[in-house]
Design a protein around this ligand. Structure first.
Ligand code: MG
Length: 402
């Protein structure tokens, strides 16, 4: 084990001209979280990373605050920031000077990372730290898959370099703080601003830079197509999945049928209630309202309101469906359990599922229905009433509800 400290230097000062968007790419939203927030979170959640420095453009202090606000406070508290320069090289140099000026040891490992690579994962960071401890510097690389062409100024094919010896380069690149800051100072003094990355500076100074396996998912967001690819990768994470339960009971009274799931079922008792006493639709209505934290059936349809006297309960479920839909929500699944000694639900199961699917506007394959007795125990066991439990699952667009 090494007791060297490990620092992440995240470069987020670029203006992203190639993206063609007014917002620099590191501040674009990806599934409800900024690109920069995702990059910070990757390092801030890594057990071996001690602290983080983010280099931003002078105009972006507010955007950085927004990015940090998307992180757990204990993560955000570990992040410090400084202002970058006109080029990536200058920005990295300023970040390194800021680290050196705030007491980070010279032998600390610095992971220099482009904020526009939001999918840097824990394993890539772990590989970077291991490689950095064993060399003057280390960079993640990927093999080149396509045939590579060299073209002349007129666009004609000039040759095919041997791709077996070629790699594409990613970040984080890792160096000892004293070595990389010294190299940057020397480059600044020499007026050299043409280094494409920090590894180039180390090699210029005679250091040896090792390579380690990169990660295809840690690609850099450069064009709108890259953002579309990133959106696709986190498609599932863009959705706010919510689940809630509902429960209802109605007593049996005089009558010759009950309503259950919108279906009339012959029975030697009737359901007692202000409306048609459909326990299943009432429980499902509450489950859906619970998903959007919008009160319960009694709030929207108070028993004191004579409009709902004897009402068909599909009206209640339809209103809950409407409320979910109004928020851009999509019902993913509805599930119910009936507790009663009688009547038997099995013969009506498919009709009930079809009715619920119809009210909710979903496929019948997304409606579950089970029934059980309570082994002659309790009010349901004594045939005094019927109970229903329901679970609803919905998908909301992220950010639609607090
Ligand atoms: Mg009820």
């Amino acid at each position: 084990m090494s007791d060297l400290s490990v620092v992440a230097l995240i470069v987020a000062a670029g203006r992203g001209a190639r993206m063609g968007a007014p917002t620099p790419k590191q501040f674009l939203d990806l599934g409800g979280r900024m690109v920069l927030s995702r990059a910070i979170a990757a390092f801030a959640s890594h057990p071996l990373v001690d602290r983080l420095m983010v280099v931003i453009h002078g105009d972006d202090a507010g955007r950085l605050a927004d990015a940090l606000a998307q992180l757990p406070p204990e993560m955000a508290a570990r992040v410090t920031s400084c202002t970058g320069g006109d080029s990536r090289q200058q920005s990295v140099h300023r970040g390194l000077e800021a680290l050196a000026g705030t007491g980070v040891a010279g032998n600390a490992l610095v992971l220099i990372h482009d904020a526009a690579r939001p999918f840097v994962g824990e394993s890539l960071i772990t590989r970077a730290i291991a490689a950095g401890r064993a060399a003057d510097g280390a960079i993640p690389v990927l093999p080149v898959v396509d045939t590579v062409a060299e073209v002349a100024a007129d666009g004609a094919l000039a040759g095919n370099p041997d791709r077996a010896r070629l790699r594409t380069v990613q970040t984080p690149q890792v160096f000892r703080l004293d070595a990389i800051v010294t190299a940057h100072r020397a480059a600044a003094e020499a007026g050299r601003s043409d280094f494409t990355d920090d590894a180039g500076l180390i090699r210029w100074r005679g250091g040896k830079v090792a390579t380690f396996a990169g990660c295809p998912e840690a690609f850099k967001l450069t064009t709108p197509e890259d953002v579309a690819r990133a959106d696709g990768l986190i498609g599932a994470a863009r959705t706010d999945i919510r689940t809630a339960t509902g429960y209802d009971v109605h007593a049996f009274g005089p009558g010759d049928h009950i309503m259950l799931g919108g279906v009339r079922i012959a029975h030697d008792r009737g359901g007692v209630g202000h409306s048609d006493a459909d326990v299943l639709l009432h429980a499902l209505t509450d489950a859906l309202l619970g998903c959007i934290a919008d009160g319960d059936i009694g709030v929207h349809f108070p028993p004191s309101d004579m409009r709902w006297k004897g009402a068909a309960s599909r009206v209640f479920l339809a209103e809950a469906v409407r409320r979910v839909t109004a928020l851009g929500g999509e019902i993913r699944h509805l599930d119910g359990s009936i507790v009663a000694e009688a009547p038997k639900v099995g013969p009506h199961r498919e009709a009930i599922r079809a009715t619920i699917a119809d009210i909710a506007g979903i496929d019948i394959g997304r409606v579950g229905l089970k029934a059980t007795t309570s082994e002659k125990l309790g009010f349901t066991g004594r045939r005094e009433g019927i109970a229903a439990l329901a679970t609803a699952t919905i998908a909301l667009p992220k950010g639609r509800l607090p």
